[in-house]
Each structure stands twice: as C-alpha cells, then as structure tokens.
Design a protein around this ligand. Structure first.
Ligand code: ADP
Ligand code: ADP
Length: 229
C-alpha cells in the first residue's frame, strides 16, 4: 500500500535578491512499511523534502499525498493535526527536557493521540528499560537519541522521519541508533525515511534515494532486503 505520493515537487526559497531552488521536480512513491534513506551532499534538498513530507513546510508547486490527503493543499491546522497524529520526528539534536526522566520525556506526548503505545513499551523498544528513571544528563548521546526515538514512536506514527539522527554521534554509537530505527521499521511496520551523509548506513534501507541540487539523481533498491508485498 502506498503511504506517500509525491508529484513534481518544487520548492523555491526567495531570499533577498536570489531565488534558491531547493527542490526541482521531485517525484517519488513511498510504500507503507518502507525504509528509505535520503542521501546527498549538503544543500541538495534532503531536509526540505523531509520537512515537506512531515508537514513542517509546504511546496512552492507540486503535490504530496498522505494516503489520499493532499498535504500540499492542507490548511495550517490540518497540517498540525497531521504532524501530531501521524508523524514521529527525530532530529540531530535530541530536544529532551532536562528536568524530566526518560519515561516522563516519553509520556509527555502520549496525550496527543487516542491510542498511544504504553510508555514502558516505547522505552523497551529502544533498549532503555534499565535507564528509564534516569535524567537526560545521566545518559550518553546515543542513549539520549534513543529516548528521542521512543518519544517519536509512542504515538504509533505512520511514519518516522529522521533528519541526520546520527549527526552528533560517533560511527559505532550511530550504528546502534540506526539498528533501533531498523528494528522499529521491521517490528512495527513503521515507514521510515532517514537522512544521512553516511553511505555505509544506506545498506539498511529498502531503497536509497540520491539527491543532488534539488533533484533525484537515482534510486537504488537493496535487493537483499526485498520483502514480500
Ligand atoms: P540538505 O538537507 O540536503 O542539506 P536543504 O534542504 O537543507 O539541503 O537545503 C536545500 C537548499 O535550500 C540549500 O541551498 C539551502 O541553503 C536552501 N534553504 C533551505 N532552507 C532555506 C530557507 N529557509 N531559506 C532559504 N534557503 C533555504
Ligand atoms: P505543538 O506546537 O503543540 O508542540 P506541533 O504541531 O508543532 O505541536 O508538533 C507536532 C509534532 O511535530 C510534535 O511531535 C513535534 O515534536 C513535532 N514538530 C513540529 N515542528 C517541529 C520542529 N520545528 N522541530 C521539531 N519538532 C517539530
């Protein structure tokens, strides 16, 4: 089943005298449960694409459908509702509340949706049960990022959008964080779209979408990951 239909997406930022073409005619279909990696140099449009898919930004032209909901024509309040109910965001920085424990940080967002995952299950799925009553300052960067992932998945979002989730971590720690994202993708069938600079990470994805200068340069399937439809 298709979760996103992206057609002829363009995004132009008007900054003073110059127009920046962040996306130029991007089209892509995303199947429910897919793990997609967005790869490309800095400035190639990866964050812009992710933000539009996540309803944080709107395209200049073109269309993004979530199921049959047209995000590109949605009102601000409809986009907010879409983000709250259906999207889990993970960014490079964890944005945890320092005065709250792991469980409390995760519990904070559970009233957004009607059917959240139990907080302890979300904490367990990121492997932090032994640390669940600790505060962010007592955790390593990789553990803090796993709290951010628990907070993103406790809403049972349709899609997990990750913008450089390992950007502040060393390679080995980053690999652990990506293993957690991969496990969530497989076990919960949560569609995952992950931006990374690290080509080695791309092996986890069902498909690798390469961006350059606002365009899709190529899409590679990872054959070893092909699953029955
Ligand atoms: P990436 O995530 O691949 O690094 P971005 O999507 O962040 O790329 O940026 C694509 C292009 O759009 C870049 O040239 C960037 O400078 C420009 N850009 C991104 N956001 C803005 C903005 N809010 N205002 C102006 N230009 C922007
Ligand atoms: P609120 O303003 O009440 O927090 P939003 O609709 O802005 O609600 O956010 C809904 C979801 O989207 C939350 O999970 C939030 O973490 C995420 N989100 C929205 N905008 C951003 C942003 N700019 N940076 C990080 N997360 C965001």
């Amino acid at each position: 089943m298709k979760v996103f239909t992206i057609r002829n997406l363009c995004k132009t930022y008007h900054t003073g005298e110059v127009d920046v073409h962040a996306l130029r005619d991007v089209s892509l279909d995303v199947d429910s449960g897919e793990f997609i990696v967005l790869l490309g140099p800095s400035g190639s449009g990866k964050s812009t694409l992710l933000n539009i898919i996540g309803g944080l930004d709107v395209p200049s032209s073109g269309q993004v459908l979530f199921g049959d909901q047209d995000l590109s024509a949605a009102s601000e309040s409809a986009l907010t509702a879409y983000r709250r109910r259906h999207v889990g965001f993970v960014f490079q920085f964890y944005n945890l509340i320092p005065s709250l424990t792991v469980r409390e940080n995760v519990a904070l967002v559970t009233d957004i949706v009607s059917d959240p995952m139990p907080v302890d299950e979300a904490v367990d799925r990121v492997g932090l049960t032994p640390r669940r009553d600790h505060f962010p300052a007592q955790l390593s960067g990789g553990e803090q990022q796993r709290v951010a992932i628990a907070r993103a998945i406790v809403k049972r979002p349709a899609v997990l959008l990750c913008d450089e989730p390992t950007g502040a971590l060393d390679y080995e720690t980053g690999k652990l964080v990506l293993d957690v994202i991969e496990r969530i993708n497989v076990e919960l069938a949560t569609t995952a779209i992950v931006i990374t600079h690290n080509a080695a990470i791309a092996g986890m994805a069902d498909r690798v979408v390469r961006l350059g200068d606002g365009r899709i340069l190529g899409i590679e399937n990872n054959a070893h990951k092909l699953r029955p439809a």
